[in-house]
Design a protein around this ligand. Structure first.
Ligand code: SAM
Length: 237
């Protein structure tokens, strides 16, 4: 998979995406991540990417001409122009289903806004999807882009290694994951649930299923469709 990022802060991407699973995926050639500086497409001597909003008001707006030139050039770097995603608090909220959908594309082009955002004509004419990482305002689209890249990379076949599958994580089957424990079996009198030490695989599986349902009921009842909840209660999931 190829992901291109357009940003005015390319340096922000150094570090978080150079460790662990993302680094391994990049080193193995599973993820080709290219970061591009929007400022290189500015034409004035100050390399401006923003200007005052028409109609007045606070802050600055990213210019449509600079963004369009940057996008055109980046898209031309590959045969496939890719799905253009603008990270925006006004976009559709990122969740597991949207991550899986985005991960099916061979190429994504992520656009990070700054200031008051981008000129709306860029969104109308150049952007395929607007994606938000939650109902709050961040200073720029760089952190949201990194969140999206991390989440999507986990769904690239082979990125998690052989031993792990994204299907075993929270949300994959509509439920939160069961609690996890490791050694020591007892610490300061805090015990690991007895069933996990029993070696009885069927009982362990049953306990985990119950825990997944209980956690989801308590913490995220909104995730539970009524039919799934009933199936789970009967042990049919
Ligand atoms: N004026 C905009 C508004 O009220 O909708 C907010 C602009 S925000 C300060 C600057 C940039 O940060 C946005 O263009 C966007 O790229 C990014 N951003 C901020 N919050 C975000 C969120 N929750 N999800 C995705 N991107 C976000």
């Amino acid at each position: 998979m190829r992901i291109d990022v357009l940003t005015i802060f390319p340096g922000a991407f150094v570090g978080p995406l150079d460790v662990s699973i993302i680094k391994r995926a990049r080193d193995a050639g599973l993820l080709d991540l290219e970061i591009h500086d929007i400022r290189e497409h500015a034409t004035d001597k100050h390399r401006s990417v923003d200007d005052y909003p028409f109609g007045g008001g606070q802050g600055m707006v990213m210019r449509v001409d600079v963004l369009d030139r940057a996008l055109e050039e980046v898209q031309s770097l590959d045969d496939e122009r890719g799905l253009v995603v603008y990270l925006s608090p006004q976009g559709e909220r990122l969740d597991d289903a949207l991550v899986r959908e985005l991960a099916r594309h061979r190429r994504l082009v992520l656009v990070c806004g700054r200031y008051e955002g981008v000129d709306e004509r860029f969104v109308e004419h150049c952007v395929d999807r607007e994606v938000s990482i939650g109902d709050y305002i961040l200073t720029g689209g760089e952190l949201p882009a990194m969140v999206l890249i991390d989440a999507v990379t986990r769904h690239i076949p082979g990125a998690l290694g052989d031993e792990k599958s994204p299907e075993e994580e929270s949300f994959a089957d509509g439920l939160l994951e069961h609690p996890q424990y490791t050694r020591p079996a007892e610490y300061r009198g805090w015990q690991v649930p007895e069933v996990l030490l029993s070696g009885h695989h069927a009982n362990i599986e049953k306990w985990r299923r119950e825990q997944r349902l209980e956690r989801t009921r308590q913490r995220r009842p909104d995730l539970l469709p009524p039919a799934a909840a009933e199936d789970e209660r009967k042990g049919e999931v």
